[in-house]
Structures are given as C-alpha cells and as structure tokens.
Design a binder for this molecule. Structure first.
Ligand code: FRU
Length: 498
C-alpha cells in the first residue's frame, strides 16, 4: 500500500498512517529481519476514537510498508496501547513448540450508560510473523479491582530470573508483574510514589537495561514514563525517565532520579517506547515516539490523515557535564537515503548565507558544528518563505546556555492557542568544544539533536508547502566566527505517489 505524499504536510521520511488517526506506537518488535510497528489507530476518522492497532513493517527503519489493521475492537473493548514479544521457547503454548509473536495490550471497556470505564490486559498471538493475529480465548489475563487507569503493558524477558516482566501504568504510578508463560501474572512491585513528575496520569511506561558509556560490565536500568496532559502544565503531555537498578521484580531509582528528567525538551514526543528483541549482535536500544501532544493532537491542520512518529532513535547512557544522561541519536543514517546537497568546512558565518541561498528543500538532514567563539545566538531558520514572513528558528543562545525552537512564525499555528511559541532547554556549553546541531526537517516537523544527542527537541510545524528556504541565524558580532562544518542531505520520499 502506498500513500499520497502530495497531501500537504504529509511527511517525506517520517512514519505516518495511510489515512485517518494515529497516536502511540505499539507492539514494536523485531522478528525475522523485520521491524514491526503497530500503532493506536482510529480507521473511522481523523480524531481519536475507537482504538485499533494499525500495522507497518520495515527492514531498515526508514521505508515502511503498510499492512492491514492487526487488532480490532471486540466484546472486551477497544484496543489500547501495549507491546509485543518473541516467545522463543513457546512458554505460552500458542505455537506448538516453535517461536512466535505475542502481543500484550489493554482492552478498554466503556459502559455507555454510566460512562464508567474498565481496563484490563489481554493477549493476541501470531503464527505467521505478524501478518494475522488471534486473540487468546482466556482474555483478559490481568485485571485490577480498583485501578481505573490500568494500561499500556510493556513486556520483556528478564534474563536472570527467566521470567517475563510486565510494566504498566496504574493511575500515577507503575506496577510490575512477572509471569512464566505470559498467561498468568503475579504482582511484583509498584514504583512512582513520591518521585518524578505527577503533573498528569502516568502512561506508556518502558523498562530496559543500558550499558553505561557502552561498557557492558556497567549496566543501569532506564524507566520511561509518559505523563498525560494536565491543564496546569504549559508543556502538555511529555515523557520523563528514571535510572536505577532492577532485580527482576523491583526497580530502585538512583540518586540522579530525584530530579525530574525529561526525555525530550520539545513539545511533540509522547508515548514512546523501545523495540523488543533486537538481536544481541546489533545490540541497539531503538526508540520511537508519537510526534504530537495531547494538548492539540486532535486539531493539527492535516486532512484525511493525522499524526506522525518521530524518527527512530538509538538510546545510550553517557556522562555529560559530570552527570549520566539518556542520549538520543537518529537510528537512521541520512547517507543511506539522501543526496548530499552541501558539504563545507571552516566557513566564516558571514559567508554562510551565500552557500545557503540557492537551497530549497522541505525534507532534509543538516549537521553543523559552530566553533566555541560565537557570542550571539546561532543556528538556522528552516522552512523559510521567500517573503520572509514564515520560518522556524532553531538556535543556541551561548549567553543563556539554552537551545531553543521558535515556531511562532512557523506556518499554520491558529488551530490551537498553545501551539505557537518559543521553547527553550538549558544546555551547558562544553568548554572549548564546538556546538553541534543536527536537524531533521520534514514537511510537518523539526527534530533537533544538540551536542551529539544530549538535548533533543522535537517540534511539529505546519509551514506553507513552498516555504523551503534555509537561512543561517547569527548575530552581527559573530560575522567572523567560524562554522566548522556544515553538511546537508536531502531526504527522499519513503513512499511513492498512489
Ligand atoms: C497515551 C494513551 C495510552 C492509551 C492510548 C489510548 O497516549 O492515552 O495511555 O493506551 O493513548 O489511545
């Protein structure tokens, strides 16, 4: 199935549904050479509604093939978020001794009369590499007496105990359960009371080990927790993370987790989790998020389809400024998909506009390194219109030591009062080091990876299709400061026209 990339704002290289509404990524699993991506999907409209699991597969995380809807609502409810695993040893007994795929998801039941909701966890399995799915006859496999918001199970196999572990959200904490067979679950522990942000309901948690500084002998566990939109928070919905240890049953947060840490400092990265079952010889922890915000997700100005995912990202734990931080880098190499349109080294800021003047692009990757000598804000204006009225500014302010994205004049902003704005994230300058800005620009988004993935800002933008200019942002005092390198790759469509 192909999608019409001529539709306004339809991303060129970010995943978006063929039609209708999409939210969270679900069931991300790697199996037999394919990355599976399922997603919250309403096939009846372009706003949130009765949830199904849409489906797509990719061999390279860039080009996605759309597949038929994988899971439909049934008598137990609609299909909310969840995960999928490879049941290699057939612990579930679904596969006659062979390996197969098991999806673990939330059934969401709403009583129309009372308006009361009930959420429980259920299974579906696939014997044909994810093409068709059968719901388990014994569903649901996990219920809760009192917890109303009881959802978004993420399951993984814990090597040391040999048990399956499920982490899921329950109100404003997460619960952990264990199971030998995916069918029967035993409560193990709860985490979240008195720690982290409680601005909104906790959703879509994830838990996985990461090697510290890439050293397998030093391992920490990372917990992702998305926080729902709350009217009191300026940012809307967003994702926090904790680091600590995990013994198979209990997660213990470390000292660093006493401070609230956000995964992404932009407005549009929510409900992201990581792929399961990436082969050990690859070893990456690859993450993808929903590139929107519940504050205005239902109102973004697209027609016939709505929402896209972030670029897949590799997550690592690295020390920055003396602290361990969760680092994100795009998990795709632009070189694989794009044509290099500019590659320059050691250019005076005053000479950069000349280099950029002929560039007209709507989807590209740009990597720039600015020498430490800059004293005024520097960066780029992307998706700039010829008349100078429209542009999204992405910059670094060396005095305030802050990264920012200003989408006040980025294009369509009128659909929600909270959309336009200048968003900032503190980012210390590393002594004597160039500041690297890596921008992934597409038809409805800009993702900024600053200081080699230390601070990331993901932001939706809705520029006019013809606003394709690119300009340097630099102050007059920095005319002689040097841009050490500047490389631009034009990125090509992931899908052809219908
Ligand atoms: C997060 C979320 C999940 C839920 C799903 C429903 O965005 O609210 O908690 O499972 O969306 O579509």
């Amino acid at each position: 199935m192909t999608i019409a990339i001529s539709q306004p704002h339809r991303p060129v290289y970010h995943f978006s549904p063929p039609s209708h509404w999409m939210n969270d990524p679900n069931g991300m699993v790697y199996w037999d050479g394919e990355y599976h991506l399922f997603y919250q999907h309403n096939p009846h409209g372009t706003t949130w509604g009765p949830m199904h699991w849409g489906h797509a597969v990719s061999t390279d995380l860039i080009a996605w093939t759309h597949r038929p809807i994988a899971l439909f609502p049934d008598e137990l409810g609609t299909i909310f978020s969840g995960s999928a695993v490879v049941d290699r040893e057939d612990t579930s007994g679904f596969f006659g001794g062979k390996p197969g795929l098991v999806a673990i998801f939330t059934h969401h039941q709403e009583d129309p009369a009372s308006g009361l909701t009930r959420q429980s966890q259920s299974l579906a399995y696939s014997k044909d590499a994810g093409q068709t799915w059968t719901k388990y006859a014994g569903n649901p496999v996990l219920t809760h007496e009192t917890c109303v918001d009881f959802r978004d199970p993420k399951v993984f196999r814990h090597a040391e105990t040999g048990l399956w572990v499920m982490i899921l959200a329950c109100g404003q904490t997460v619960h952990l359960y264990t199971s030998p067979d995916l069918l029967t679950w035993t409560f193990a522990s709860e985490f979240g009371d008195g720690i982290g942000s409680h601005d909104g309901v906790w959703e879509c948690p994830g838990l996985f080990p990461l090697a510290v500084e890439g050293d397998p002998a030093r391992q920490l566990w990372v917990m992702l927790v998305s926080i729902g939109d709350a009217p009191g928070s300026a940012e809307g919905s967003r994702t926090q993370y904790f680091t600590g240890s995990f013994d198979g049953r209990t997660f213990t947060a470390d000292e660093a987790s006493r401070t609230v840490r956000w995964l992404d400092r932009g407005r549009d990265n929510y409900a992201g989790v990581s792929w399961s079952d990436i082969p050990a010889d690859d070893g990456r922890r690859i993450y993808i998020g929903w590139m929107s915000n519940w504050r205005y997700a239902n109102q973004t100005p697209t027609e016939g389809w709505r929402s896209a995912m972030t670029i897949p990202r590799e997550l690592t734990l690295e020390t920055r400024g003396g602290e361990l931080a969760l680092i994100q880098r795009p998990a795709i190499e632009a070189e694989r998909t794009g044509a290099c349109v500019l590659s320059a080294k050691d250019i005076r800021a005053a000479d950069v506009p000349q280099l950029l003047s002929g560039i007209q692009l709507d989807a590209y990757e740009l990597v720039a390194e600015f020498e430490p000598g800059f004293v005024q804000p520097f960066g780029f204006k992307v998706r700039a219109s010829a008349d100078g009225r429209q542009a999204t500014e992405v910059g670094y302010d060396p005095v305030a030591e802050a990264l920012y994205v200003d989408r006040t004049r980025s294009g369509r902003t009128d659909f929600h009062a909270d959309f336009a704005g200048r968003h900032t994230a503190g980012l210390a300058r590393a002594e004597g080091k160039a500041m690297e800005l890596r921008l992934l620009v597409d038809r409805c988004s800009v993702e900024v990876f600053a200081a080699d993935g230390e601070t990331v800002m993901t932001e939706l933008i809705f520029p006019d299709p013809e606003a394709k200019g690119l300009e340097l942002l630099a102050g007059p005092d920095d005319a002689n400061a040097v841009v050490r390198s500047l490389t631009i790759y034009a990125l090509t469509p992931e899908a052809k026209e219908d």
